[in-house]
Structure formats: C-alpha cells, structure tokens
Design a protein around this ligand. Structure first.
Ligand code: TYD
Ligand code: MG
Length: 453
C-alpha cells in the first residue's frame, strides 16, 4: 500500500527537511519552505527502479566513441553554444524569463531539423497556439509532432510509439509524475520528472531539451539539483524592449561554458546575428561627445560595442548616477579613480551611462571606453569614430592588461577602426607588424587624457 509522507522543501535550493524551518540551512534564504506530500509506492522509491541488467565496469580504452554523435541543429548560433552541435543522449536545459522567446527558439529549431523525428511536448500552449506560432515562423517540418500532455507516464507511452530522435519539453515546470502527490511545478515534481527524463535520455540515447522558467531574481525556478542533473544549462536573455537575445551557456559537459549566441527577435521568428558588432555600433555620421567604442569579449567572441555617457552638472544637491547594462558600483569606482588620478571634478556631476543594444557587459576590458566616454562628455569633445578601447582600469588609475588582446585587435581591424588604445602591459608578445591598425599603449589614466584630447 502507498504510504503518504510529508516533506518540507526549500523552494529556492531544494533542501529537504522533515519539519518546517524558517531559514534554510543550505542556502540561507528565509521563508522558503513549502510542505509537499510525497506518496511512496512500493515499486517506486523516489523513482529509482531496479535495473534489469547490470552494467559492468569497462576499461576506458575499450569504450568506443562514435564521431557522428553530434546532431546539427541547423542553427549556427545554437550549435556554437552547444559546443559544436547537439550531443545525442544529452539533456539541455534552456532557462529564461517569460516571453523572452524560449518556445520560439525551440520550435524554430524543431522546424529546421528536417529529417529527424521530433516530439515537442507542450504543457503550456494548445495545438492551435503552437500551429499559429509555427505558421508565423514560415517553415513546417512534417516530422515534428506536437503533444499536449503533462503526465510523464503518458508522455513516455507516446515516446515509445513515436520513437523520436529529439524530445522537447515546454516546460519542465508543467510536468508531473503520478508517483508523487505534490502539484506540478513544486520542487519534488521538478526533481522527479527531470530525473525520469534524464534516465530516458541516457537509456534511449535521445537528446532532450527542457525549457525552464526563471524566478524574479534570475535563477532557474526549481532546485539547483536540476542544474546538476542536466548536461548543459543555457540561459536565454535580453532586454525585452530591444530585439536582441543572447543565448549563453552556463554549464556544458560537452563544450565551453562561456559560449554565446546572438539572435534578433523579428516578426517571423529569431534571426541569427552572425556579426554582432554591426548591430551594437549605432549608426551615426557625425561624431558626438560622450560616445566611445569598446573592443570587448562576450564568452569567446570578440565584439565592438558602444558606450554612451552623459555627465552634466547636478541641479539638486546629491548627484545622480545611473547605468544601463553595466554595474553601477563599478561605474562609481571608475568615476572615483578619474577624480582622484586625473583631477577632473565629478563630485558635483550627474553621470548616466548606457551600453548600446540592451546588452549587459561584465568584461572588465570595457573600463577604458567608459572612462573615455565620461571624459568626452565632460569636456564636450567627441572621441574620433575610428578609435576603440580595450583595457581595464585599476584603483590607482593604472591601465591594466586584458585577456585575448589579439582577437580584440583583429575584430577592430576587421570593422575598419584605425586606432585601438590598449594597456602597455598587453604589448608583450604582441607583434604590431601583424596589424594594420595603429596600436596605442597607455599605462596611466593621465596618458589617456593626453591621447584623447
Ligand atoms: P515565447 O517564445 O512565447 O517566449 P517564452 O516561451 O520564452 O515565454 O516568445 C514570445 C514573444 O516573442 C512574444 O512576445 C511574441 C514574440 N514573437 C515575435 O516577435 N516574433 C515571432 O515570430 C514569434 C513567434 C514571437
Ligand atoms: Mg513558452
């Protein structure tokens, strides 16, 4: 007979407790415990079934690996983020805020992978809604099947009949298994259904995409265990007011975890952006003050991006500082360095900073461009259109070296820039004769001012 058992789960990290707790001992969050009823049936203890045949240990030299184990998704950007294509038998989790385009991305991928049998399980949208979306995308794949189902046992029944090559689940939060009594979307359900799908992927050697929702604070809804269970975690992000979407790999057992793909949401689906710099540099014919271009790296990809600053006298007592796409504290730090090391008075100025294109930047190499943009706005002297920057600024006003300077220089050169300003410490090992672009090396904030104006 089935026993019912109550367990308390932290909704933030999935920590399990037999009694209600105020503060989670694992992640330190408050009031995150929720009671969930777990019914244990005899044949299924937390979903772990007895294996029919034992797997024996194998010598690593005996294990054969087939070369064609990567599936081409027909999307260059997605292939890149996955590390060169989709690995058979792997589980890929795609997380993102509602409305960012997760369903669109995977449906589009499903429509383009002709020749493969795909099962798209949707617990969120009806057949007609999905068909409407597919019509919008403009391509239909006759080998793509849609299923409106949320109970995993039924899903597996259909999988057995259909024998798909690729399974897409939209979304993991809507699925439930009847071995548990808690409601869909609860930690124990997410954990259990994901575990069932993971076992299926490995045993049937079918690639599985899971769509996952994201909480307000940007974490994947559901326990951290979900991230541990899957092979690859991709984050789909972007500013909803701009069309650009970034697909970032956060974890990847089969490739680099810092790859990045860029898409643009259009009326007929997502377009791949193969040359990101083109869209991140705003089109302007005259030189404006307060604008500087940074040669930065996102993941492994070099791209040039525009930073815009506005420094104006504060009308009210306390000056305002605000940033879009950049860490506010870091900007305040840069402003303090600028004030202390170059004598510019910024204490009474409002400073606003914007990174073009709605992109968020963490690469420290953007520092120098930000400093240049602020100085340019302050002095109301434009920085030439043909100049770009790639260096970090340290607390004592020193200009620091950045990683992979060669690829930044190549990208700048490719886009027709005539001068790049870098740190003196990046010159080591750099063969300037290889480059047509003029390379200016600086070591202190003071030198930057001299170079600029
Ligand atoms: P959707 O894929 O439903 O997001 P998610 O699954 O992440 O919640 O994305 C929907 C948004 O994208 C919606 O606001 C409409 C827009 N969209 C387009 O702009 N063009 C299109 O071709 C499609 C299908 C959607
Ligand atoms: Mg969706």
């Amino acid at each position: 007979m089935a026993k019912t058992k109550t367990v308390y789960y932290c909704q933030n990290c999935g920590y399990q407790s037999v009694k209600m707790l105020g503060k989670c001992p694992a992640c330190g969050e408050w009031n995150t415990f929720v009671e969930e009823i777990v019914s244990k049936t005899d044949e299924n203890k937390r979903g772990i079934k007895k294996r029919e045949h034992k797997l024996l240990p194998k010598a690593i030299t005996e294990i054969v690996r087939s070369e064609e184990d990567r599936i081409n998704t027909h999307s260059l950007e997605l292939n890149r983020v996955l590390g060169g294509g989709l690995v058979q038998g792997s589980v890929v989790l795609i997380g993102g805020e509602p409305g960012i385009g997760k369903s669109t991305l995977l449906l589009q991928v499903a429509m383009n992978m002709t020749g493969l049998r795909i099962l798209y399980v949707s617990g969120e949208e009806s057949y007609r809604q999905i068909k409407m979306r597919a019509d919008r995308l403009g391509v239909l794949n006759e080998n793509c099947f849609i299923l409106n189902e949320t109970l995993t046992t039924d899903i597996f029944k259909h999988i057995n009949e259909l024998q798909p090559d690729i399974l897409i689940i939209d979304s993991i939060q809507t699925l439930y298994t009847d071995t548990l009594e808690s409601s869909p979307g609860s930690i124990s359900q997410i954990r259990e259904t994901a575990a069932e799908l993971q076992r299926f992927a490995k045993s049937a050697n079918v690639a599985v995409f899971l769509i996952g929702h994201i909480t307000k604070d940007g974490n994947l809804a559901g326990p951290k265990v979900l991230e541990h269970m899957v092979d690859t975690v991709l984050q789909f992000e972007g500013d909803r007011h701009y069309g650009f979407r970034i697909l970032r790999s956060v974890k990847n057992r089969f490739g680099s975890a810092s790859e990045l793909g860029i898409f643009e949401m259009q009326a007929n689906g997502l377009r791949e952006v193969l040359n990101p710099s083109e869209i991140l540099l705003s089109q302007r014919d005259e030189e404006l003050s307060g604008v500087a271009i940074a040669a930065m790296l996102e993941g492994q990809r070099p791209m040039l991006i525009e930073t815009q600053a506005l420094a104006a006298s504060a009308t009210y007592g306390t000056p305002q500082r605000s940033t879009t796409g950049f860490d506010l504290r870091r900007m305040n730090m840069l402003l303090a360095v600028l004030e202390k090391r170059s004598g510019f008075r910024l204490g009474t100025k409002d400073v606003f900073l914007n990174i073009a294109g709605g992109i968020r930047v963490d690469d420290p190499a953007i520092d120098l461009a930000i400093v240049a943009a602020v100085l340019s706005s302050l002095e109301d002297i434009p920085v030439s259109n043909n100049v770009c920057f790639a260096a970090e600024v340290g607390l004592s006003g020193e200009i620091r070296a950045v990683t992979r300077i060669e690829s930044r220089i190549y990208e700048a050169e490719k886009l027709g820039f005539e001068k790049i300003i870098i740190s003196k410490f990046n010159l080591k090992g750099l063969d300037e004769k290889n480059h047509k672009i003029e390379i200016v090396a600086v070591s202190k904030i003071k030198n930057v001012v001299d170079v600029l104006f």
